[in-house]
Design a protein around this ligand. Structure first.
Ligand SMILES: O=C(O)CCC(=O)C(=O)O
Length: 273
């Protein structure tokens, strides 16, 4: 069953059947291929392995060339200027513990972190049916805009502490108010990058794969400093690759005309009321 929600207020929503079976089959083949190749163990976390994908990876182009799928994403989050930033395979092996509660936003020192609109979103497409025993996504509605008691207990995302949690740590446990997204094969969840989310353990013996695509919903409204940072993302086309991209397709990739510049990364949400 799909969770329905008000994206702006809750920080998440779901899109049923974002991909058709034909696409899913092709994406699955590519995911198997990628998982069989050696990949950077630094990207693995307890509860999930991540494999980064660039703009021209066939898995990514399956979504970015589907104007109808992009239109559904735009409509779901009221995106005025949707641009793709990055993508990852998120694979959860069988008999794997929960992925900890975390949020993906990386720039909490910037005032935009506290604006109502989502600065960045993750679109998570599941390649098999998921439920609370098979590694489904769980979210804490509203946690993109307000502090919850659990915020104070969470380790910094991607830190060593996040990898060494006791199995009964709150970051790995069910929380009051959580919503489990029991998504079917081909369905997608969209989460505001600031929303607390994680996964249930995968108690089955089967691997649970998903593909995560990150987008900015309103590129031209982002502050310059955020655009200058995001435009350097290694998943995006580089200067040599730009001329090879058809004009109609360039629209989905961000362009920043100023000088690229890194921002200070801060992945820890401040304690808020
Ligand atoms: O694989 C999933 O279901 C969630 C992945 C996730 O939350 C993340 O990579 O930030």
């Amino acid at each position: 069953m799909l969770a329905s929600s008000d994206f702006a207020a809750d920080g998440f929503t779901a899109i049923p059947a974002l991909f058709e079976e034909r696409d899913l089959h092709e994406i699955e083949k590519q995911v198997q291929r990628q998982l069989a190749l050696p990949h950077d163990p630094m990207m693995n976390r307890v509860g999930n392995d991540l494999i980064p994908l660039r703009w021209n990876d066939p898995i990514v182009t399956h979504l970015l060339e589907r104007t109808s799928a992009l239109a559904r994403i735009r409509a779901a989050v009221a995106a005025a200027d949707l641009r793709w930033i990055s993508a990852y395979i998120s694979s959860k092996a069988g008999s794997m513990p929960a992925l900890l509660w975390h949020q993906d936003w990386w720039c909490w020192d910037h005032a935009i972190s506290f604006a109502p609109a989502a600065p960045q979103i993750a679109v998570l497409c599941y390649l098999c049916d998921t439920g609370r025993h098979t590694g489904a996504l769980r979210v804490l509605p509203g946690s993109h805009r307000r502090g919850l008691p659990i915020h104070a207990e969470l380790p910094e995302p991607h830190s060593a502490a996040a990898e060494q949690l006791a199995p009964d740590h709150p970051a790995l446990s069910d929380q009051d108010g959580q919503v489990t997204l029991n998504l079917g094969r081909g369905d997608a969840a969209i989460v505001d990058y600031r929303l607390l989310h994680g996964t249930h353990p995968n108690r089955s013996l089967l691997r649970r794969d998903a593909v995560l695509f990150s987008f900015v919903p309103n590129w031209c409204a982002l502050p310059k400093s955020i655009r200058a940072h995001l435009a350097m993302h290694p998943a995006l086309p580089n200067a040599d690759e730009w001329p090879t991209i058809a004009a109609w397709w360039q629209e989905i990739f961000p362009r920043y005309d100023g000088a690229p510049a890194s921002l200070q990364i801060n992945r820890v949400a401040p304690l808020r009321g």
